[in-house]
Write a protein that binds this ligand. Structure first.
Ligand code: ATP
Length: 503
C-alpha cells in the first residue's frame, strides 16, 4: 500500500472507532485542532502514565508539578518568546498557499538524504554480506556528489538562519528551484517572520487589561517554580522537575494530522545540574530517553538522533530523537542543554535570586539545565501508525488490527458471552465485575463471535474472553490473543495472571 493511502486509512480508522475526531466537526472543523474520543483518551492517559512512571516514579530525584497555562506576560519576554519565537514564512503568489520557508529547504535536503539512502540500499543488495557501508558512502562518486550538494546547502542555510537573513533564505529557495507543490511555480513572495504565540486579554476589556499569552511550551512553568520546588521538596542538585500539559502554537502550516497541531500536549522534564557538568548529563539523558523509546517495541530501526548544528540562542548542545512516521523521519522529542539561560533571564527580569546553595562546593550558583521535551500527540501518532495493520488471513478473509503495546491499549479485556441466553450473560457479567476493578474492560454480546473479535482487533484490545456453556460447568473460558489470534482455555480465576500488562 502507498504511504499516502496508508495514512489516509489510519486517519479514517481513528475517526471511525473513536480515537480522534476533528475539532468542532459539525461546524466543518477547526484547522489543526483535534479532539480525542473515548478510545483516544484512554490511550493518551496510558502514554502519560508510562512517561510519568519512567521519569518521576522511577527516579528518586525527579518530582512533578502542574503549573497554570496563564502566566505573567513578562515570563515570555524573559524566555525570548516575545522577540524571537518566530517562523520564517513565504507565500506562493499563484496558489496563494503559505509555507514555512525553513521547512521547504529542509524537505529539499531530506530528499537528498533519501537519494543517498537509496544508493546504499541498492549497493547492499548488490554486494550482499561483503558490503561495507562506511567505505561505500565515503568512496562512491554518486553518494559523494549528493553529500557535497547537501553540505553546501546546509552551510548556506545555517548561516542565513544564524544571521536571520530572510533575503538569503528566499534566495536559497529560488536557487534550489523549489516549486510550490500546488501551483508548481516559483513565484514566491519575500520571506517574513511570524510570531507563533497566541495572545488574549486578562481582566476587563479596558485600558488596564493586560495582554497575556497561551504558553507555547510547558518548560517556563517549571523554571519559575524552580526555587519553590527545590526548597519545599529539599531537592539536592542534580534533580529534575517534570510536567505534562497543554501548549499552544499558532503554526503556519498545520498538516499531517496530530503531528503538528495548534493546541497540543507536551511531557517535559528540566534537570538542574552543576555548571560544567551539563554536557555529561546531556549525554546521559540522550541515551536514557532513546532507551525509553526503544523499550516500547515499535522497532529500534524506527528511531534515530538528529544532532543540531544550529543551536537555539539558549542552548549549548541539542539533539532530536526522530521517529519514522508514515511521512518519514521527523522529530518526536527534543533534548536540549539550555545552560543557565532561562533561570538567569528570570532572575534578571523578576529581580529575584534564583540560585542554589551547593553545600559540597560551599557556593551559590544558577544551575544549568538539561531539558527533555516530548510531544504527547506525536508519541500517540508514532504508536498508532506502527500499530495499524490491514491483514489478509489464511482463510482469505481480511481484518484490521491495532497492535498497540498491550499495556497501553485502551481496553485490556473484552468480555464476550457466546449467546445472549441460558445464563451466559450473567456469568460473563460476574467475570466482568471482577476484572473491571483492575482493568479497563468492554462487555459485548451483540453479533456473531467472529464479528466481535474483529471489532476488538480494530480497537486494539489485547485479550478477548469468551464465556460458553462449558464455562457454566467447569468455570473455564477461552482467552484469545489479539496479534497471534491463538486461543486457549483457562480457569476464570487465572485471567488476570495470564495477561501481563506491567511496565
Ligand atoms: P518542530 O521543529 O517540529 O516544529 P520544535 O523543534 O519546535 O518542533 P520543540 O519546541 O522542541 O519542537 O517542542 C518539543 C516537542 O513538542 C517536539 O519534539 C514535539 O514532539 C512537540 N511539538 C512541538 N510543536 C508541536 C505541534 N505543533 N504539534 C504537536 N507537537 C508538537
Amino acid at each position: 500500500m502507498k504511504q499516502e493511502d496508508f495514512f489516509k486509512n489510519l486517519v479514517a480508522h481513528c475517526k471511525e472507532y473513536g480515537f480522534i475526531f476533528p475539532s468542532s466537526e459539525i461546524y466543518d472543523g477547526l484547522s489543526a485542532v483535534y479532539d480525542y474520543g473515548q478510545l483516544g483518551v484512554e490511550l493518551k492517559n496510558n502514554i502519560k502514565q508510562y512517561w510519568w512512571k519512567a521519569m518521576v516514579q522511577y527516579n528518586e530525584n525527579i518530582v512533578g508539578i502542574d503549573s497554570a497555562i496563564f502566566m505573567h506576560p513578562t515570563i515570555w519576554k524573559a524566555s525570548g518568546h516575545v522577540d524571537a519565537f518566530n517562523d520564517p514564512l513565504i507565500d506562493n503568489k499563484d496558489s496563494k498557499k503559505r509555507y514555512r520557508a525553513d521547512v521547504l529547504i529542509e524537505d529539499y535536503m531530506a530528499k537528498i538524504e533519501e537519494k543517498i539512502a537509496k544508493e546504499v540500499e541498492k549497493a547492499k543488495k548488490r554486494f550482499g554480506e561483503a558490503f561495507d557501508e562506511a567505505q561505500f558512502t565515503s568512496t562512491n562518486p554518486r553518494v559523494l556528489k549528493y553529500k557535497e550538494e547537501f553540505a553546501e546547502i546546509d552551510k548556506r542555510y545555517v548561516k542565513a538562519l544564524e544571521d536571520n537573513n530572510l533575503a538569503d533564505i528566499k534566495q536559497i529557495i529560488l536557487d534550489l528551484g523549489i516549486v510550490c507543490p500546488i501551483s508548481g511555480t516559483r513565484n514566491w513572495t519575500d520571506v517574513r517572520q511570524f510570531n507563533l504565540m497566541f495572545s488574549t486579554q486578562m481582566g476587563s476589556v479596558n485600558e488596564d487589561a493586560s495582554t497575556i499569552y497561551l504558553r507555547p511550551e510547558t518548560a517556563q512553568g517549571i523554571f519559575v517554580n524552580f526555587l519553590n520546588v527545590q526548597k519545599t521538596g529539599r531537592m539536592k542538585i542534580p534533580f529534575g522537575i517534570a510536567q505534562i500539559g497543554k501548549a499552544f502554537r499558532n503554526e503556519i502550516i498545520a498538516r499531517q494530522f496530530i503531528f503538528r497541531m495548534r493546541e497540543f500536549e507536551q511531557m517535559e522534564m528540566q534537570f538542574f545540574v552543576r555548571p560544567g557538568t551539563e554536557l555529561e548529563w546531556f549525554k546521559y539523558w540522550k541515551e536514557k530517553r532513546m532507551q525509553w523509546h526503544k523499550a516500547l517495541g515499535l522497532g529500534e530501526e524506527n528511531y534515530r538522533f538528529h544532532d543540531h548544528e544550529k543551536l537555539a540562542h539558549y542552548a549549548n548542545a541539542a539533539t532530536d530523537i526522530e521517529f519514522n512516521f508514515p511521512f518519514g523521519f521527523k522529530e518526536i522529542e527534543g533534548i536540549h542543554s539550555r545552560t543557565d539561560f532561562d533561570l538567569s533571564a528570570h532572575q534578571k527580569y523578576s529581580g529575584k535570586k534564583l540560585q542554589y546553595f551547593d553545600y559540597e562546593l560551599n557556593e551559590s550558583y544558577v544551575p544549568y539545565v538539561i531539558e527533555t521535551s516530548i510531544g504527547l500527540d506525536r508519541m500517540f501518532l508514532s504508536i498508532i501508525s506502527k500499530a495499524y495493520k490491514e491483514e489478509v488471513l489464511e482463510d482469505g478473509s481480511e481484518r484490521v488490527v491495532m497492535s498497540i503495546p498491550a499495556f497501553l491499549a485502551p481496553y485490556k479485556f473484552a468480555i464476550l458471552p457466546l449467546t445472549k441466553k441460558d445464563g451466559l450473560p450473567e456469568k460473563a457479567r460476574e467475570i466482568m465485575d471482577k476484572l473491571k476493578m483492575q482493568f479497563m474492560c468492554q462487555y459485548d454480546e451483540k453479533d456473531a463471535i467472529g464479528k466481535r473479535y474483529r471489532r476488538q482487533d480494530a480497537i486494539g484490545t489485547p485479550y478477548c474472553i469468551t464465556i460458553d456453556y462449558q464455562t457454566l460447568e467447569d468455570n473455564t473460558v477461552t482467552i484469545r490473543e489479539r496479534d497471534s489470534m491463538s486461543q486457549k482455555r483457562i480457569n476464570c480465576n487465572d485471567i488476570a495472571a495470564e495477561a501481563n500488562f506491567a511496565f
